[in-house]
Design a protein around this ligand. Structure first.
Ligand code: OSB
Ligand code: MG
Length: 371
């Protein structure tokens, strides 16, 4: 396929509810979408999952815009590739910026699926017809508000609930949630808010039967997580620490975790995500698909990724309506009363990208065309 046209655009989408973590608060998403078109006018879409600020990772929206515009688009435009797995190679000279790279790479995978007229998830080697949905609930003003949120999500059918914790909002919070929901599949995410000095806290958390503790320690650490995992029975799950296949190899060798959260953007795209899935599957380490408050485009990609065999735990992939009044795909993502998402059977993403609505939401657009 010839990568004849590549557009990047930024859209603004207001969240229905602010999302608060130990890293900060998000009320409106600024989302960069990538559209790649081939020699026949067939198109593929990708979403850059960078946050507005460089707090979750080093990447942020304005930085991603520049790296896409000044480096990645010029490297990809006008190139002919046989397969989307070659896209990562085009970008090999640029260090880091994995979410920006993944936006283009995932658009090329979508494009390849459309060219072949097959569902993207089948092109990836996925197997599931339905995926189990979980929710990630941000920090709330108080415990009572959190309990109401959980009640609503459980009532809607979600199969597991993740809550955010931070120092000062941890042990007691978890104890109260557990008391209200003794049988709930419950996990917590700290977004790197703790250190090994908090070992006594983590030892205490073992009594609450959590499915896992996600990214308790530093975002770039594997070693201290291994020390922590040795000292507690609750599985540690790594999110921020895993940005490439070698990290998964090292984390497994060190026993830094027993579960890995795979995010398409954070690991640099599908080629890397597929490798991590295989490494983990062969080592018996379950993985699940994380989320970055994606619009429908990124959400549809997350559903495709979640169909792979190794994704054996419910992810942070939930219904469009949890985030947006109106999504940019048609139909939006919905979740059944049993907490399942049906994987679309149509070609490509299996949903229509709402071009009119996207045009309406676009704050800036940069178009590269090669003739
Ligand atoms: O740590 O998993 C995280 C959102 C933004 C940045 C980091 C994280 C999250 C979430 C929300 O937990 C997942 C979602 O609902 O998309
Ligand atoms: Mg996380």
């Amino acid at each position: 396929m010839l990568l004849r046209t590549i557009d990047i655009r930024e859209i603004r989408l207001r969240l229905r509810f602010p999302f608060v973590t130990s890293l900060g608060r998000t009320e409106e998403r600024r989302i960069i979408l990538v559209r790649v078109e081939d020699e026949n006018g067939v198109e593929g879409w990708g979403e850059c999952t960078t946050d507005e600020n460089p707090f979750y990772s080093e990447e942020w929206v304005d930085g991603s815009w520049l790296i896409l515009q000044d480096y990645l688009l010029p490297l990809a435009l006008g190139k002919t590739i046989e397969h989307p797995s070659e896209v990562a190679g085009l970008f090999a000279g640029v260090r880091g910026h994995r979410m920006a790279k993944a936006a283009v790479e995932s658009a090329c995978w979508h494009l390849e699926a459309e060219r072949r007229g097959v569902p993207l998830w089948q092109l990836l080697g996925g197997r599931r017809e339905t995926i189990a949905a979980g929710v990630s609930i941000g920090l709330q003003p108080g415990v009572d508000e959190l309990l109401v949120k959980i009640e609503n999500e459980v009532g809607a059918g979600y199969r597991r609930v993740k809550i955010k914790i931070k120092p000062g909002s941890d042990r007691e919070l978890i104890e109260r949630v557990r008391a209200h929901f003794p049988d709930l599949s419950l996990m917590v995410d700290a977004n790197s808010a703790y250190t090994l000095a908090d070992m006594p806290l983590f030892e205490e958390l073992d009594q609450f039967g959590l499915m896992m503790i996600e990214q308790p320690l530093a975002y770039d650490d594997l070693f201290d997580h291994a020390t922590l995992q040795r000292g507690i029975t609750t599985p540690v799950c790594l999110d921020e620490s895993i940005v490439k296949p070698a990290d998964a190899v090292h984390a497994i060798a060190l026993s830094s975790c027993r579960i890995i959260n795979v995010k398409l953007g954070r690991v640099g795209g599908y080629t890397s995500a597929l490798q991590i899935e295989r490494i983990c599957r062969e080592a018996g380490v379950p993985v699940w698909c994380g989320g970055m408050l994606e619009s429908g485009v990124g959400r549809a990609h997350n559903i495709a990724l979640s169909t792979l065999e190794g994704f054996s735990l419910p992810g942070d992939v939930s219904a469009s309506a949890r985030y947006w009044e109106e999504d940019i795909i048609d139909p939006p993502v919905t979740v059944s009363g049993e907490g399942l998402i049906s994987v679309p059977t149509g070609s490509g993403l299996g949903v229509a990208v709402d071009r009119d609505r996207i045009e309406h939401l676009t704050a800036r657009l940069e178009s590269g065309i090669c003739r």
